[in-house]
Design a protein around this ligand. Structure first.
Ligand code: UDP
Length: 354
């Protein structure tokens, strides 16, 4: 079976690394990789291919920037060309980016089956571009690989039980990646190690593009850094450009985005994670840390229910209070809600049987 994988953004490289490894163990599966170019900086793209030993992409479209419509449209044109040439038996898409949406839409129009990894997640906030991408992708998918039972339940509530598609809870591939690469974690270059620091990331449009929210979050981070514990912040390029554009003073210890092995090293040593990232909320949990999530809702509701992921509004007092309350708390992953690291091999097995 010829599988045509579409990836383009940082979290997709991390997820695809373990799935590509699992696919490679099946002689009957052939994988073609297309990188849309959505993330393109060396430290947002190349480093992941190098560190995580992802096979070099067969196609690299180099498409990034522009509006959502423009980016998605340009990707669709090029993806269609590549798919017509390769004639794959199935396309594999990940998560909720414009690359995911573009790949899924092209495939369904060409009558090529779509398998969606990280299917069924919902924030129920249609103002998030990710929510639109994941809902549309799920609608046109034939195999919906869900990371959790919650995701399966979400799809069943939307009527997927009665559709001629496969909905399978395989577990979360991000747990596979975290467990696999934890053994080879490395410190960031020239990094002075602190213990008990807050590891912070911020990049969701709802926070970066809203000046009030962005200012409140940065003020809270500055306060934590200057009065509680150091805040280490690998700074996403879009966040950096917004902060520079509006002239907010960032007083935390910010660094360039790091590779995944460095990120795991930081996660292993942090006292708490503060983020608006999807992936990092779970990684905090995988490395036994509490997480403060600066969002109004999350797709990873299990962690909120377990009381280890605290959703806080973009408000200085709420953020500082949540950080000081949960700092250095040891969180236990005994429930294994994310499958325990077997997702990639299950996915490859299902593809092999498809
Ligand atoms: N990550 C990384 N380096 C960084 C920041 C994040 O390797 O400097 C990893 C992080 O550990 C997680 C993934 O990138 O595995 C999350 O990606 P991101 O937050 O960009 O996207 P989201 O998960 O919100 O879709």
């Amino acid at each position: 079976m010829k599988i045509f994988t579409i990836i383009g953004a940082r979290p997709q490289f991390i997820k695809a690394s373990v799935v590509s490894m699992a696919i490679a163990k099946h002689a009957e599966l052939e994988e073609i990789i297309l990188h849309t170019g959505q993330h393109f900086d060396a430290n947002m793209s190349d480093i992941f291919f190098e560190q995580l030993v992802i096979p070099p992409p067969n196609y690299h479209l180099g498409i990034h920037g522009g509006s959502h419509g423009e980016m998605t449209g340009r990707m669709m044109i090029e993806i269609e060309r590549a798919m017509l040439k390769e004639k794959p038996d199935l396309i594999l898409v990940y998560g909720d980016t414009n690359s995911t949406l573009a790949g899924a839409l092209v495939a369904v129009k060409l009558h090529i089956p779509v398998a969606h990894i990280e299917s069924g997640l919902r924030s129920y906030n249609m103002r998030m571009p990710e929510e639109v991408n994941r809902i549309v992708t799920d609608q046109v998918s034939d195999i919906l690989f869900c990371p959790t039972q919650t995701a399966v339940d979400n799809l069943y509530r939307e009527g997927f039980l009665n559709k001629p598609v496969k909905v399978i809870n395989v577990g979360d591939v991000m747990q596979d990646s975290a467990l696999y690469f934890a053994r080879v974690a490395t410190p960031p270059k020239d990094f002075t190690s602190y213990r008990g620091f807050v590891l912070a990331t911020l990049h969701r449009a709802e926070n970066t593009d809203d000046l009030d929210r962005l200012s409140a979050i940065i003020t809270a981070l500055n306060t934590v850094h200057t009065t509680v514990v150091p805040v280490i912040m690998p700074l996403h390029p879009r966040t950096r450009s917004f902060i520079e554009k509006v002239g907010i003073k960032l007083e935390v210890h910010f660094i360039e985005p790091v590779g995944y092995l460095e990120m795991i090293w930081l996660l292993q040593r942090a006292g708490l994670v503060l983020t608006d990232s999807g992936g990092l909320q779970k990684e905090a949990f995988f490395f036994n840390k509490a997480c403060v999530t600066v969002r109004d809702q999350t797709e990873w509701v299990e962690l909120v229910d377990l009381g280890v992921n605290l959703l806080v509004s973009a408000n200085k007092e709420s953020i500082v209070d949540a950080v000081t309350t949960h700092l250095n708390r040891l969180v236990n992953d005994s429930a294994q809600v994310y499958g325990g690291g077997l997702a990639a091999s299950r996915i490859a097995q299902h593809l092999s049987n498809a």
